[in-house]
Design a protein around this ligand. Structure first.
Ligand SMILES: Nc1ncnc2c1ncn2[C@@H]1O[C@H](COP(=O)(O)OP(=O)(O)OP(=O)(O)O)[C@@H](O)[C@H]1O
Ligand SMILES: N[C@@H](CCO)C(=O)O
Length: 322
């Protein structure tokens, strides 16, 4: 459960007074997510999500994240819309935290995505890349190779607590991945965390995309690599080629990949696995046991890293190279 900050009915009522949403009817903490505190609210005006920004979110980035959601929604991507206060602002403050109110999206996230879901998410990702292309703000990816090193420096001394030998293994990965990391592929705004819990479905179709708090400017194909990691592995860490092929075909039905992007997939997938392993490792070592947060297992991503390391060609991900 990710509720780091408790709020009282009185302070919430006062906060909502600034918004044209009517009187508060009910609110409760949401038992999912890891990064921010989220509450589901019902008011006379409808259902909303209240987010209090914690830990990794820099307040200075909020205009980028919230502005991006408005931009995407205007372009037909179903994502939450930030609610404007009466003074026109979308960012307020509650319980000492920056806070925003966004619209509630209907739909369910898929605990067990099928190849058809993977195809739909591939299409949705390409649509997002296209819709975001003319968003005027930019944000550097804080979790690209420079940021990974920062996380690793803080965690490596204790990595062997998670699995003996992990420190040496990850050191070697860093050296390889950063040495060959591409910089000249098509870039734009990426979601950067498009995991199944951030994509809602209704009737087999994507009904909404949430959680833009890692969005940034980076390589478009890196976002695809993250989706392959998040959507196309089974519980036993076997890669599901049918799901991978469906996700890639879905993406390419909207935006065909350039040959250089397809070529880079194994390395991008490796880098993306390293990135999620590192944030998980950091959290694993720093969040106290018993905190009301789901700690995610870094080893799931170490195992993905090991898979990508032995991939010899992008076709092993199921990509159709014309
Ligand atoms: N606009 C929305 N409409 C409906 N439900 C939402 C919305 N935004 C968030 N939620 C719910 O809140 C949960 C947590 O939201 P979110 O993923 O943004 O949190 P987070 O702490 O950033 O999580 P993550 O670990 O994925 O980064 C979601 O899984 C979903 O159940
Ligand atoms: N999607 C991330 C957590 C939130 O950023 C993970 O599974 O590690």
């Amino acid at each position: 459960m990710a509720v780091y900050t408790d709020i009282s009915e009185e302070e919430l009522g006062a906060f909502l007074g600034e918004y044209p949403v009517g009187e508060l009817l009910s609110y409760k903490g949401i038992a999912e997510g890891t990064e921010n505190s989220n509450y589901l609210l019902h008011t006379f005006g409808g259902a909303f999500i209240l987010t209090l920004y914690e830990r990794r979110v820099d307040k200075a980035d909020l205009p980028f994240f919230l502005g991006l959601m408005e931009h995407l929604a205007r372009k037909g991507v179903t994502c939450p819309l930030p609610v404007h206060r009466r003074d026109g602002q979308t960012i307020g403050e509650l319980a000492g935290r920056p806070a925003a109110l966004i619209t509630f999206l209907e739909g369910m996230w898929m605990r067990r995505p099928t190849p058809q879901h993977c195809r739909e998410v591939g299409k949705a990702l390409a649509g997002l890349h296209q819709a975001a292309a003319d968003f005027p703000l930019t944000r550097k990816n804080a979790l690209s190779p420079g940021g990974w090193m920062h996380l690793w420096e803080g965690a490596k001394g204790r990595a062997d607590e998670v699995e003996p030998g992990l420190e040496r293994e990850v050191e070697a990965e860093f050296a390889e991945i950063t040495r060959y990391w591409p910089t000249d592929l098509p870039s734009g705004i990426i979601h950067a965390d498009l995991f199944p819990d951030n994509v809602f479905f209704l009737g087999g179709k994507v009904s909404g995309i949430i959680d833009f708090y890692f969005a940034c400017n980076d390589l478009l194909a890196y976002d695809i690599a993250t989706c392959l990691n998040a959507w196309c592995f089974e519980k036993d860490t076997s890669y599901n080629l049918t799901k991978g092929a469906a996700l890639l075909a879905g993406y390419q039905s909207v935006r065909p990949l350039e040959p250089s992007e397809a070529e880079a997939l194994p390395l991008l997938a490796r880098g993306s696995a390293l990135r999620f392993m590192l944030t998980r490792l950091h959290d694993w070592l720093t969040i106290p046991d018993g905190a009301l947060v789901n700690k995610r297992d870094p080893m799931e991503y170490v195992r993905r890293l090991r898979f990508h390391r032995q991939v010899a060609a992008p076709t092993e991900y199921g990509i159709d190279i014309a």
